[in-house]
Every structure is written in C-alpha cells, then in structure tokens.
Design a protein around this ligand. Structure first.
Ligand SMILES: CC(C)(COP(=O)(O)OP(=O)(O)OC[C@H]1O[C@@H](n2cnc3c(N)ncnc32)[C@H](O)[C@@H]1OP(=O)(O)O)[C@@H](O)C(=O)NCCC(=O)NCCS
Length: 162
C-alpha cells in the first residue's frame, strides 16, 4: 500500500515499513510508550508479512502502524505518532488509510487492544467509531510484578468512515 495525502501545510505519504526504517521507528516508539516494542518486535512483524506502514513528511518519520490481516478481520497491533507531531490528525489519517486497505482486502472488522489507562487513545478510537467489546485481564506489563488490563475494541468496516 502506498498513498499520498494532502494536509494544510505539506504533503504526507505512507509507504511500506522496510528494515531501513527500524532504527528510526524504534526511536519514536521509545518516545511514545512507557513499554515500547523492541526493534525485534518490528522486525518479526515485517518477517511475518504484516502490513506495516510508515507515515513520512519529507524525510521525517511522523508515525507508523502495524496491521495483521486475517481471513475476515484485521487486527491493529501498533499505531503510533511521534509525540511532537501528536494532535495534528495524523492518527486519524492513518486509521483512514488502514481501513481502506483492510476493506479492500475483504476484512469485515478491525480489532485492537489498548491499555485501560490510555484514555487519550481510547477516546480517539471511540470517536472514530470503535466499540468496546471486552477486556483482557493482565494483558500488558505495567511494573515489576504488576500488569494492566487491555480494553478490546472493534469497528465493523461496513460502518467505517470513508
Ligand atoms: C494515540 C495516538 C496514536 C493519537 O495520535 P494523534 O496523531 O495525536 O491523534 P490525532 O491528532 O489524529 O487525534 C485524533 C482525535 O483526537 C483529538 N485530539 C488531538 N489532540 C488531542 C489531545 N491532546 N487531547 C485529546 N484529544 C486530542 C483530535 O481532535 C481528534 O479528534 P477527532 O477525531 O474528533 O477529530 C498518539 O497519541 C500516540 O501515538 N500515542 C502513543 C502511542 C499510543 O498510545 N498508541 C495507541 C496504542 S493502542
């Protein structure tokens, strides 16, 4: 998948995440999360053939996502925007693109897990149309000997925004 998207200020583009991007992706990941994916997690995702895209503006990495496609559903494994670039609508833009792609591949729903404490992301997903469909107990590491629940959210793609 490759796309060029216009914003008020400059041209943004999505392109496949290659191995060459993994150092920069890992740097952003560490800035964005208290419990980041490792470089190896991203490398494994590429090897597994997941749909991984980087969002670029000029030479700079703004964000990225990793999507796993199943028979009839897609599972969002990672969606991140570099902290200085957050609040510009970039997550929404990546959601739009991944939904178009997943729909074109025949997926009928998009699933994700999000930390219960990640209120901002949960609100963004809810405004986008995702519904909470469950809870996975102790899904994420939190602190030594402590774990955090995941909220499971789902979006029927027929009802997704264009
Ligand atoms: C969650 C995350 C991906 C959102 O990215 P973003 O680019 O900042 O989000 P957007 O700018 O597209 O904002 C989407 C919506 O949130 C609103 N928003 C933007 N900044 C906001 C803020 N500071 N507080 C609350 N809402 C905000 C936008 O107005 C927009 O609302 P709308 O959809 O009704 O128009 C980003 O904060 C991030 O990478 N966080 C760290 C990693 C993470 O938690 N990922 C999700 C894991 S499941």
């Amino acid at each position: 998948m490759s796309a060029v998207l216009e914003t008020d200020t400059a041209e943004l583009r999505l392109q496949a995440m290659s191995e060459d991007w993994l150092d920069e992706v890992s740097r952003v990941e560490k800035r964005a999360y208290t419990h980041p994916w490792s470089r190896g997690n991203f490398a494994d995702s590429l090897r597994a053939g997941y749909c991984a895209q980087v969002l670029l503006q000029g030479p700079d990495l703004m964000g990225y996502y990793v999507l796993m496609l199943g028979a009839q559903e897609a599972h969002l494994l990672n969606l991140s925007v570099d902290p200085p670039q957050q609040g510009r609508g970039l997550a929404r833009l990546m959601l739009d693109e991944m939904l178009r792609f997943a729909q074109a591949q025949g997926a009928q729903s998009l699933w994700l897990e999000v930390r219960t404490s990640n209120v901002r992301a949960r609100q963004i997903y809810e405004r986008y149309g995702f519904k909470t469909v469950g809870l996975r107990r102790n899904y994420y590491p939190l602190a030594p000997f402590k774990r955090e629940d995941a909220v499971v959210m789902s979006l029927p793609l027929a009802a997704a925004q264009p």
